[in-house]
Design a protein around this ligand. Structure first.
Ligand code: ZN
Ligand code: ZN
Length: 289
């Protein structure tokens, strides 16, 4: 117990140091290239900081058991010849496969979180932000994070991509979750950067800000890193110069960490406007202006 407490305190100190580093990068970055006027100590900043610590610790803890069972089970189910062939792949090729397969899983996990009403209850916490900046990346219900991460990691394990011939078995999944998290801060940032053709290759602030729009173009741009997933599955929306007119959701979301964590479990009235606007949004699905 004493050891557990000590390691939790070490974790919190480590996360505090990361937070200081992220603030040193993103606060001046957003000041220099501000897309919209904003304050560092804006409403809900304390809630988002609480999410930062909670979500850096809890989802990974909740994932340990299912991922261990899955890795053990698949190791016994997958044909040995197939696993050996995957393990022989060059490291760079296996990492690339982890990236693409993981993105495929994240894409669909995220898309289901929008399309399945039960999952949307949890994911709506992230979309309730009406002002987008780097710290909004942390505002997510832990159950939502666990579900999306499972969707990204399961296909990687199912395809045996965690097996290598020289023992670096867990590196790929860890790298992709880390890369997605770090990149997540960048794509939420309140910066006016437009990166031309590069926006097709890798997710950018414009790409993800459109994911948070609350106009007729919502429910697009689900990818974490690779917009090509949205292009393939018909959900890309990336106008060359425009930015979303408004962020957020139709329904109300209570303020404060505790209320938001409990909110998905409470009785909720449906938001009819969401369905109506979805129908008109489908007409220009995938449009690239
Ligand atoms: Zn979303
Ligand atoms: Zn987001």
């Amino acid at each position: 117990m004493h050891d557990a407490l000590r390691s939790t305190l070490v974790d919190i100190a480590r996360l505090g140091a990361w937070l200081a580093l992220l603030s040193l990068i993103f606060v001046p970055f957003e000041r220099l290239f501000a897309l919209r006027p904003a304050r560092v100590f804006r409403p809900q900043v304390v809630t988002d900081l609480a999410y930062y610590f909670l979500n850096s610790l809890l989802p990974n803890l909740l994932l340990i058991l299912p991922m261990t069972v899955l890795a053990w089970g698949l190791h016994h189910v997958m044909p040995g010849g197939y696993l050996r062939a995957v393990a022989q792949m060059p490291g760079w090729a296996r990492l690339l496969a982890v990236l693409v397969v993981g993105e495929f899983g994240f894409y669909w996990g995220h898309r289901w979180s929008h399309e399945i009403p039960f999952l949307w209850r949890f994911h709506a916490v992230h979309h309730s932000a009406e002002h987008i900046d780097w710290l909004v990346n942390t505002r997510a219900h832990p159950i939502d994070m666990v579900f999306t991460r499972l969707c990204g990691l399961v296909p990687i394990y199912v395809l045996g991509l965690t097996h290598s011939s020289h023992g670096s078995a867990e590196l790929g999944p860890v790298l992709i979750v880390l890369l997605g998290t770090v990149w997540g801060f960048f794509i939420h940032a309140n910066v006016n950067w437009r990166l031309g053709p590069l926006e097709w290759l890798v997710a950018t602030p414009a790409f993800h800000h459109w994911h948070h729009t609350n106009d007729a173009n919502r429910d697009r741009n689900y990818a974490t890193l690779l917009p090509i997933m949205d292009h393939i599955f018909g959900t890309l929306h990336l106008p060359q110069r425009q930015w979303p007119p408004v962020y957020g959701i139709d329904a109300t979301m209570p303020a404060g960490l505790r209320s938001q964590l409990l909110h998905p479990m409470t009785r909720q009235r449906p938001a009819p406007a969401r369905q109506d606007q979805e129908a008109s949004a489908r007409q220009d699905q995938g449009a690239i202006v």
